[in-house]
Design a protein. Structure first.
Length: 479
């Protein structure tokens, strides 16, 4: 056994079990043995193999990112930031999904880049939602992250043949085959001897799956004691399609199938019945989510780019929804997403107190852990896993350091992240990822992106080029 002692750290964000909230400790000690925290407080006088001077250091729990697409989203850098489709109520999701096809062999490099970026912004636990690709398990293992792999499956796929409609090609047999393969992979990962790899059952979108496979997959998750996740109420388009099919909202549809509750994580769940974009006649969706203690993965970044946001974080929290935070897309900077979650809630509610800094930090740590049904993650407490983020309290953007979380979330973000430990093993040192080759990954992504764009005319119903659909921010002189 190996014991590490952070001695006299300037700030520690510790977990107060009695209050069920985080609290500050000034000039305190934190000790972990192997992969478990054994002491948080002041005046540790026990033995240690390694003693780290905590002067100018701040210790916080590792973040729990409950919704991300790391392998693919980095390929859209420089493409999706300004992309919106008015005919789809501003979401660009469906157009992008229909026209782009990323080479499967290149996806592992996207993951290599994004996993490194996530760790360097303090993420130690990640829900990675993706259709499986070659090399995925290898890069997960090499990263050292605590992974909840979500191998996706659908019984239908989207296509477009005009500007305003979203259509579906059904292939139930393929969806069932992919579901079986997903369960095999989840079982394989759960048997991994590191204890860091786990699975989460993921029919990818609510509108792309049959009632039967949604129910069957939820049952499979329950039998294994793992979470279940799907995208639901993520757009006006999806909301209207589900109402047309079933005469009820996506949330009501899931409730009637018995799929809400603890262990269920809904990606986004923003366009609910009383949202301004739809204003459906019922006003029960939020109550259904809250009373069932369903978890929602709130990912502010992609939606604010479309000109919309959840209405609003504080209201969901107060209703009893288990709130967690996801990055979803580039730049995979978790701390920025915490900031956006707080600020956008205040904007949406016209209330500066709608979501406090403490509220979003709780969601990004303990809230995410609760969504994953874990009481040993997202907190610095005796018995918790040694998932620890070390911040540089002397970084200029952290100073003056009057309030640690305020400086981190609203000013410094990832720039203050110095070191990261996951399961007691250091994965980031002096702002650099130790476990993955980020530079090689970036080079491979940069090589593959033009090939992805070159195939766009063959996939677009109007045979447009990528540059026509996704123009540059400025014209290039002389072209």
């Amino acid at each position: 056994m190996t014991t590490t002692h952070f001695k006299n750290a300037d700030w520690i964000v510790a977990w107060d079990e009695g209050a069920q909230s985080h609290t500050y400790i000034r000039n305190g000690d934190l000790v972990f043995t192997d992969n478990e925290i054994t002491f948080v407080g002041k005046g540790y006088d026990g033995a240690a193999d390694t003693v780290i001077d905590g002067s100018d250091l701040c210790l916080i729990p590792g973040f729990v990112d409950i919704h991300a697409h790391p392998a693919s989203e980095v390929f859209y850098r420089g493409i999706r930031e300004d992309h919106s489709v008015p005919e789809h109520h501003m979401t660009g999701l469906y157009e992008r999904s229909c026209v782009f096809n990323i080479e499967k062999e290149a996806l592992k490099y996207g993951a290599e880049v994004s996993y490194a970026d996530l760790m360097m912004s303090g993420v130690t636990t990640l829900v990675d939602i993706v259709f499986p690709y070659p090399g995925w398990t290898d890069v997960m293992k090499r990263s050292g992250m605590r992974m909840y792999a979500a191998p996706g499956f659908n019984t239908a796929t989207w296509y477009r043949d005009n500007a305003h409609q979203l259509k579906y090609r059904e292939n139930i047999a393929q969806g069932e085959k992919d579901f079986a393969a997903a369960m095999e992979l989840i079982d394989e990962l759960r048997a991994d001897n590191t204890g860091r790899l786990n699975g989460i059952v993921s029919p990818v979108q609510i509108d792309n799956n049959t009632d039967e496979i949604l129910v069957e997959s939820h049952k499979a998750a329950k039998e294994r004691g793992v979470p279940w996740t799907t995208h639901a109420s993520q757009s006006v388009v999806e909301f209207n399609i589900m109402v047309e099919r079933h005469g009820k909202t996506p949330i009501q549809y899931l409730a009637d199938l018995g799929l809400l509750g603890r262990g269920t994580i809904l990606g986004h769940a923003m366009v609910i019945d009383d949202n301004d974009w739809v204003r459906w006649h019922s006003e029960t969706d939020l109550q259904l989510l809250g009373e069932s203690h369903t978890a929602v993965a709130h990912c502010p970044t992609p939606f604010m780019r479309y000109g919309t946001t959840m209405q609003h974080f504080g209201r969901y929290k107060d209703a009893g929804v288990v709130m967690g935070i996801g990055t979803d897309t580039i730049p995979h900077n978790y701390i920025e997403d915490l900031r956006y979650a707080a600020v956008l809630a205040r904007v949406a509610s016209h209330n500066g107190h709608a979501a406090s800094t403490a509220d979003v930090f709780h969601a990004g740590t303990v809230g995410g852990a609760e969504a994953l049904m874990r009481d040993d993650l997202g907190r610095l407490a005796v018995g918790a896993k040694a998932d620890i983020v070390v911040l540089d309290g002397t970084h200029p953007v952290m100073m003056p350091l009057r309030d640690l979380l305020a400086s981190l979330i609203h000013s410094a973000a990832e720039r203050a992240v110095k070191d990261v430990y996951i399961d007691g093993i250091q994965t980031v040192k002096d702002h650099q990822c130790l476990t993955l080759d980020r530079e090689r990954g970036l080079a491979k992504v940069a090589e593959a992106q033009p090939r992805m764009e070159a195939s766009v005319p063959d996939r677009d119903y109007l045979n447009r080029s990528s540059l026509e659909i996704f123009p540059l921010s400025l014209p290039i002189a002389g072209d």
